[in-house]
Design a protein around this ligand. Structure first.
Ligand code: DGJ
Length: 376
């Protein structure tokens, strides 16, 4: 073979290898590993949630940047699309932060755990997210709303609220309504926790609306949607009904596991029962997951204990991760994927995704570690 022909063949082979790498398909989940998107870049959608729409999947999550600054919203909410849940195409920024210092979603605020649902009546894609105002730490504890005409956006920011102002939870007793919040109570004292268990923080925030931090959304089989969030200083979960457009709270809500200290809620329904998986509250550090079951979304909810199985460390740290979403595989009903984040607070962009099969044992959800697995 002539040298010139040799070179051409080598160049052709190298080029084909390059394009194969770009197009190489992922055929399994590898929890904790770098997860390259269609451009070969690690997926940047933390604290995320999934939407299935028109035969495609959309993954929305927090876009993080490098370093500790990445824990704040410097870019916005990232969206990816997929046909098989393994391979994800970068669809860009669905909700962008604003450069305008007057905007509540100004660059440098906190936008966490965005979730998107589709409203068939309005044909709008509705995003809710945990929103903290710039420079105010986690004190605002609001939930933000944005809407779009397309699943990939752009989403238009509407506003942020402290929900359910001037409303008692549906599961509040007449006696609880008569109590009042004792202002002299010291934060995080035993009495303070007892006050939360009695529902007194609902009194404290009654006029201005309740706190809403870690959150998720759930659309039931009848089309009704619910907003589930950590409230009352992260001590009690609230489950709130959304209106028919999914854009406002109806003020029908319940307090779940008062003073249970649950956050990172993820919810699913199986055989008519509702299941909730949550974490404890230890900042970015992992802790043990908890699971709950109820016959109705408004409860009463019963504790089912830690759903994780494995070594003591895996069980105590949820495989070094924190829940964010649970997807029932639309192509194989009854198959569930537990999705969680392995946070990297010192270099936020390096956070990893822990997707594991969620199965059932003795009518309880269980999660086992699997370093590489595929859908059934
Ligand atoms: C735990 C929450 O689940 C995260 O979404 C984030 O708010 C961190 N805490 C912040 O410390």
């Amino acid at each position: 073979m002539k040298p010139i022909k040799n070179l051409a063949i080598i160049a052709f082979v190298l080029m084909s290898m390059g394009s194969m790498a770009q197009n190489s398909k992922l055929r399994s989940f590898t929890p904790g590993a770098i997860w390259p998107d269609n451009k070969g870049v690690h997926i940047n959608a933390h604290g995320g949630g999934l939407l299935e729409f028109d035969g495609a999947y959309y993954w929305y999550g927090e876009h993080k940047i490098e370093g500790k600054a990445g824990n704040r919203a410097m870019v916005g909410v990232h969206v990816y699309s997929s046909n098989d849940l393994y391979n994800w195409k970068d669809e860009g920024i669905a909700l962008a932060v604003s450069e305008n210092p007057e905007s509540l979603i100004v660059k440098g605020c906190i936008i966490e755990r965005p979730k998107v649902i589709y409203n068939a009546k309005t044909k709008k894609f509705v995003m809710w997210f945990h929103h903290e105002l710039k420079g105010m730490g986690y004190s605002a504890a609001k939930t933000g709303l944005a809407v779009a005409d397309s699943p990939t956006g752009p989403f238009e920011y509407i506003h942020s609220v402290n929900p359910n102002a001037v409303q008692w939870p549906l599961n509040f007793t007449a006696e609880q309504k008569q109590m009042s919040f004792p202002e002299e109570l010291k934060s995080w004292s035993e009495e303070w926790l007892e006050a939360v268990a009695d529902g007194l923080f609902i009194h404290r925030d009654f006029e201005k609306g309740q706190m809403a931090r870690d959150m998720t959304l759930f659309v039931d089989e009848d089309g009704k949607a619910y907003h589930i969030h950590a409230s009352e200083e992260n001590l009690t979960l609230h489950i709130s009904e959304l209106n028919d457009e999914y854009t406002a709270f109806t003020d029908r809500y319940v307090a779940v596991m008062p003073a249970g200290h649950n956050e990172a809620p993820a919810i699913f329904k199986k055989d008519g029962k509702y299941y909730l998986i949550a974490s404890g509250c230890t900042g970015w550090a992992p802790n043990a997951a908890r699971s709950f079951v109820a016959d109705q979304i408004f409860g009463p909810w019963t504790s089912l204990g830690n759903p994780c199985r494995g070594s003591e460390e895996q069980v105590e740290t949820t495989f070094d991760s924190q829940s964010t979403y649970i997807l029932e595989n639309p192509e194989n009903p009854g198959e569930f994927i537990f999705m969680a984040d392995r946070w990297a607070p010192d270099n936020a962009i390096d956070g990893r995704y822990i997707w594991l099969p969620l199965e059932f044992e003795d009518d309880k959800p269980v999660i086992n570690w699997n370093s590489e697995w595929t859908l059934k």
